[in-house]
Design a protein around this ligand. Structure first.
Ligand SMILES: O[C@H]1[C@H](O)[C@@H](O)[C@H](O)[C@@H](O)[C@H]1O
Length: 616
């Protein structure tokens, strides 16, 4: 059904809106270079292949939120090396400065559901970029650790809101055939942010005084850029329609599709919203999701994806990469920082593969292939650690330094036990591949790069030719660990990295979208805190290989969960995806999605389990 062309809008309000759209078109033309200095009509912003360039621009400015998410979570490890020396931070303060951001992100993501529904996606993104800018300025000017903590908490709030809003906004403005790719670009920006953060960390690590101010403060630049960009970008047409602002929704849709012919899409979104409104029961949205079978199933799949993303240990592997590289023989600390940047770059590079694959292979195949590969690579990592532990060099030399006599370190007979104790490190000399004169010494608490006393302390290192290994042991099997690390990133980054965010932005009906994404993003952040806070303790009790075997088992569990429950959403209209969850949860994954035309059963609303068996 094609509608007649819209009449001209004459009310002052409409004129104002059209003027706003004209400004954003001009802004777009300026950036994508298709204009010639004048305000162009929508057709001018369509690429030669018919892809609307404006949507790419919107995805770019939105994904700056992903960049900030990656930057602010990634930059802190390098900043901490300088901060702990300059502000004399205790272990508790270091822990607080790192985890406060992730904790605040979890709370803000959960609260973001309400904000998203009430204020709209655009205002939430503006709010997040404003928070990021303020946080960046506070961090760079912080006079003491208390203000730093405030800044880290503020930045966390921005990350939480951005992490759940940006994928939803991109999904809602994208045409179905580009949606997966454009939402995945957001994760590309997350990993890009992590990479740039590690490069900035590397560059400013040479600046002993105040280097951390640049590291933490630089995030204000992309934040301001995003804020300014979003002043010109429109609201999601789906949210506008939901709020009854139909004319504005139609205008935005016409604008972003770069064609006047949007009636089919407009009508289909509108009729589904109207249907949903008629059918929706009362009560809080979360309650409605929990009591509505298809929405509940979508929520379980969405939260499960986010949970397994974190339980397969990505942030541990990223955090631990410098140590893994040290095991592989990189002795220089500055070098280890740069190699950690190489790890972040590999993560970024393989996420790019995901952007390329998502519309070709589809979400389901990509996720399944990725998680099984992740489970295998985690086992390779674990085997590498196991062999290293078995070949762990003995402690041959027991120093008589009075300060080390009453420490636990002198009791250990092998490097493996010595390095698992966070208070000790392994000091050794080597002749070719043979370890000589090894001792287990207490670590300098202020600087773990050296021993508190003895041959590996600052005073004597260099001259004695001894090496200090903190957190690792010299091993001939480091290549297996390195291989595991590379395989891990190659498998994780294209699928398990981006797909949980992409799939979550697609699977909920409009009425449940904000809340569904808030819950699943909240689960992501909560699991992120849990995994990073427990890793070192877990390594102490289970050893490293135990911890990695555990992650591998969890990833395998995730594989079976997704095999049963994850349907294919590629190419479908957002409004059709809900129907994929009309069957029992463990059979949802059996329905491919491609070449199937979905009809809405009972308007796609809340079917009871009896209805579903009838339907089947
Ligand atoms: O999707 C992202 C990405 O994979 C990042 O590398 C990781 O640090 C985040 O925790 C995750 O949510």
């Amino acid at each position: 059904i094609t509608r007649p062309r819209r009449a001209l809008f004459c009310s002052p309000k409409e004129k104002k809106r059209r003027a706003q759209l004209a400004v954003s078109t001009a802004f777009c033309n300026l950036l994508v270079g298709s204009g010639h200095g004048s305000v162009q009509t929508e057709t001018n912003i369509t690429g030669h292949d018919g892809s609307p360039k404006f949507v790419y621009l919107m995805a770019f400015f939105s994904a700056l939120g992903g960049f900030l998410f990656g930057y602010d979570t990634g930059v802190v490890s390098g900043a901490m090396l300088l901060l702990k020396k300059e502000l004399n931070l205790s272990a508790l303060w270091q822990e607080l400065l790192v985890s406060s951001t992730v904790g605040a992100a979890a709370l803000a993501a959960l609260a973001g559901g309400f904000l998203n529904g009430a204020l709209g996606r655009r205002l939430c993104i503006l709010l997040a970029s404003f928070i990021f800018s303020v946080g960046g300025v506070i961090l760079s000017l912080a006079p003491n650790k208390e203000v730093l903590l405030c800044g880290r908490l503020i930045v966390g709030l921005g990350i939480g809101v951005a992490s759940m809003t940006v994928p939803v906004y991109i999904a809602e403005v994208s045409p179905p055939h580009l949606r997966g790719q454009l939402v995945t670009i957001n994760t590309l920006f997350i990993t890009g942010g992590q990479f740039i953060a590690s490069v900035v960390d590397g560059a400013f690590s040479y600046l002993n005084h105040g280097g951390w101010r640049y590291m933490l403060g630089l995030s204000a630049v992309p934040a301001v850029l995003q804020f300014v960009g979003f002043l010109f970008l429109p609201e999601s047409p789906r949210w506008l329609l939901q709020k009854g602002r139909s004319e504005q929704a139609r205008q935005v849709l016409t604008h972003i599709r770069a064609t006047e012919n949007v009636n089919e899409e407009y009508d289909s979104i509108k009729s589904i919203i109207e249907e949903e409104e008629k059918e929706s029961g009362g009560g809080p949205v979360l309650w409605r999701i929990l009591t509505c079978a298809p929405a509940r199933r979508a929520l379980i799949v969405g939260c499960g994806l986010q949970m397994f993303q974190q339980l397969s240990g990505i942030n541990t592997v990223m955090y631990y990469s410098a140590t893994i590289l040290q095991m592989a023989g990189v002795r220089d600390d500055k070098m280890a920082i740069w190699l950690a940047a190489a790890t972040a770059f590999t993560n970024f590079l393989f996420t790019l593969v995901g952007v390329w694959l998502v519309e070709r292979a589809g979400r389901r195949k990509l996720t399944l292939g990725s998680i099984i590969g992740t489970a295998i690579s985690l086992s390779v990592l674990a085997v590498g650690f196991l062999l290293s532990a078995q070949a762990s060099p003995p402690v041959t030399f027991h120093p008589r330094d009075p300060s080390s006599l009453n420490s636990t370190c002198t009791h250990y007979g092998f490097c493996e036990y010595c390095m698992l104790d966070p208070n000790c490190g392994f000091c050794y000399r080597e002749n070719g591949s043979t370890i000589l004169n090894s001792s287990c010494d207490p670590v300098d608490q202020a600087n773990t790069e050296e021993a508190a006393s003895g041959r590996c302390s600052n005073a004597t290192q260099g001259s004695t030719g001894a090496f200090w290994a903190y957190n690792y042991c010299p091993t001939p099997y480091s290549w297996i660990v390195l291989l595991g690390l590379i395989l891990y990133l190659a498998f994780f980054a294209p699928g398990m990295g981006p797909m949980p965010w992409t799939v979550n932005s697609e699977i909920y009906p409009l009425w449940a979208r904000s809340t569904g994404n808030a819950c699943s993003a909240g689960i992501n952040w909560i699991c992120n805190v849990l995994v990073s806070l427990t890793f070192l303790h877990m390594a102490e009790f289970l050893t490293y290989y135990g911890a990695f075997f555990l992650y591998s088992g969890l990833a395998l569990l995730g594989f079976f969960f997704m095999l049963g429950c994850l349907p294919e959403t590629k190419g479908l209209m957002l409004e059709d995806i809900e129907t994929l969850f009309s069957r029992r949860l463990c059979t949802c994954g059996a329905f491919g999605g491609q070449n199937v035309h979905y009809i809405r059963v009972n308007g796609g609303e809340c079917l009871s389990d009896e209805d579903i068996s009838d339907g089947e």
